[in-house]
Design a protein around this ligand. Structure first.
Ligand code: ADP
Length: 161
């Protein structure tokens, strides 16, 4: 039984994240979606909202949704996860991801990082971009789960579909 951990801010979850979780579920028995509660960042959505979006979007009993603070390797150990899943969208993701993977390997040599690539249509998609476009009234409906779309509309009062 292999449990993987998929960490991130998920502010908010997008179809790109969901694509990755589906791929991870084909490879691992369980996936812990670990939402980082980072006091240094000011997220658009609270930790409770972000967890709620993910829980309501992913019905699979093989997905556990949790939040964490501090070092990912410590939380992975607490969860008994042996694999970290991260996404690679473009070459621009690579340098930062490589640094993080190497540091995590230093801290926890038995924890392997695995990179997955999303469907091409999601390769330009990020939570940051979704928020920026939604704030300006652009239509991002096809890039995010419906409940996230509704929540963004409520936040920004946009009129798009
Ligand atoms: P972080 O703040 O840790 O980058 P994110 O929520 O932005 O958190 O991303 C979490 C993980 O999901 C990262 O590995 C990121 O590369 C991946 N990810 C985000 N958006 C996509 C996407 N559109 N396709 C594939 N992976 C993605």
């Amino acid at each position: 039984m292999t449990r993987a951990i998929f960490p991130g801010s998920f502010d908010p979850i997008t179809n790109g994240h969901l694509d990755l979780i589906e791929r991870a579920l084909k490879m691992f028995d369980e996936v812990v979606v670990a939402v980082l509660n980072n006091a240094a960042k000011t997220p658009l959505f609270s930790i409770e909202e972000r967890l709620d979006f993910i829980r309501k979007t992913i019905p699979s009993d093989r997905v556990v949704v949790a939040n964490f603070e501090g070092l990912l390797v410590d939380f992975a150990r607490e969860c008994d996860a042996t694999v970290i899943v991260r996404g690679l969208r473009a070459v621009s993701d690579f340098e930062y991801e490589l640094q993080m993977a190497m540091m995590n390997r230093k801290l926890a040599p038995n924890l392997e990082t695995v990179f997955l690539m999303p469907k091409t249509v999601y390769s330009y998609l990020s939570s940051r971009m979704v928020k920026e476009v939604a704030r300006l009234g652009g239509d991002v409906a096809c890039l995010i789960p419906e409940l996230v779309h509704q929540a963004l509309k409520a936040k920004f009062g946009t009129t798009s579909s």
